[in-house]
Design a protein around this ligand. Sequence first.
Ligand code: AMP
Ligand code: GLY
Length: 425
Amino acid sequence: MNIMVLGSGGREHTLVWKISQSPKAGKIYAVPGNPGMKKYAECIQADIEDNDAVVALAKEKKIDLVVVGPEVPLVNGIVDALTEAGIKAFGPTKSAAELEGSKVYAKVVMRRYGIPTAKSEVFGDIGRARVYVRQMRQPFAIKADGLAAGKGVILTQTVDEAIEAIDTIMQDKAFGDAGSRIVIEEFMQGEEASLLCFTDGKTIVPMVSSQDHKRVNDGDEGLNTGGMGAYAPAPVMTPDMLERVRKEILEPVVEGMNKEGRPYKGCLYAGLMITAKGPKVVEFNARFGDPETQVVLPLLKSDIVDIMLSCIDGTLDEQSIEWSGGAAACVIMASGGYPGAYEKGKVITGLEDAEKAGTLVVHAGTKEENGAILTNGGRVLGVIGEADDIRGAVAKAYDGVAKIHFEGEHHRSDIAHRALERLQK
Ligand code: AMP
Ligand code: GLY
C-alpha cells in the first residue's frame, strides 16, 4: 500500500517509523515531513491545511491510506474530503473532530452523556464572564473555545488573574476567533495522565497510558511548552483506574458521538485528571498526542497499518493488539531560550551515535542544509529509550541525549520523575 502521513513533528516522525515496520507498507510519503523521516519516507512540500491540495497530491501519488497527524486538517474536514475522493483516511471526520475543535462542544457532549469533568460555564459576553469570576472567587482554568495550538488555556488563582485571562482571550483576542467564546472551569486537583485509544466507533482499544511533561524546567516548574518529554506507562493508571476510565469516559463518549450523529473513528486522546473522586476529563483531542505518541507507539507490537485500516472499516473487534509490556521514555532536546525567543540554524552532531546507543531519535524542529542537520525550531529532537521497565527506559534515553550536541541545547533531566518516585516508595 502507498501511505501518506500528514505533519512534520516528532509525533509524525514516530508514526512514519512505526508504519514503515508494517509488511503492508509500500511507498511512504510524509507531507511536509522532516529531514529525519527521509530514512523511511519521501517528503513532499504541500500545504496540509488546504484540503484540495492534499486530495490532489494523494490522487497523483496513488495513495491507499492517509494518516493525519495534527488537529487543524482534521477540524478542516480533510478526512471527509479524502473519503469523498475514495481514499481511506485515518482520523475523525470534521463533525467528530469538533470534540477537540470546540471546547464548548466537548463540554456539551460530556454533560449530555454524563461523563465526569470539571464543572464549567460558557461565556460569549465578556461582561458576564468578569462578573462570574468576581462572584465565584476560586482558582479556574479559563479556555478559549477553539483551536489555539495548545496555548488557549490559562490557569488562574486570583480574581485579578482571572479577569486578566478573560481580557487576554476575549478583548485582546490573543487566539483570534478561537476566543469569541470561553469556557470557565473549576480547577481540578490530581495527577494528569493521557490515554490514547483506537476506535472504529464501536470497539475501543486503549493504548498504553502515558504522561507528558509540559513545563520547561525540572520539578515541573517554569513556563508551559509544547512538551519537554513523556513516558509510558503511567503508574497512576492502574488496571482498576483504566477500567473506570473505560466505563465512565471512553464508552459513553464513543456511544454519545454515535447518538450525536457524529460517529468517531480514529485515535481518541483523553486528557485525564485522576482526582480523589476518580478520573475526570481535562480535554479530548481528536488525534495522537505529541510527545505521548513517541513513547506509546514503540511499545506497540502489532501492525499499526492493520489497526488503522480496521478503525476505518469498522472491524477493530477482529484485531488482536499486543503491547511489549515494557516502558518507554522520551526526552525533548530544545533550543536555548525556548519557550521564549531562540536562535535557529545551529549544527547538530551525534545523531548517529545516539541511534547506535539504541535510542530512537525523532526530529521536531530541524532542517537539512548541505548534508548537515541544523536546528530549526524550539523543540528540536525527541530521544526515546525503550526497556523492560521505566528506570531502564529513562537511562537509555539519557544515554542517547548525552551523545547529541548543539549550541544552547537544553533538556529536562527528570523525565518520568513521578513514576521513578513511586518505585522508591
Ligand atoms: P487543555 O489544553 O484543556 O488540556 O489544558 C492544558 C493544561 O491545563 C492541562 O494539561 C492541565 O494541566 C491544565 N488544565 C486544564 N484544565 C484544567 C482544570 N480544569 N483543572 C486543572 N488543570 C487544568
Ligand atoms: N501532549 C498534549 C497534546 O498532544 O495535546
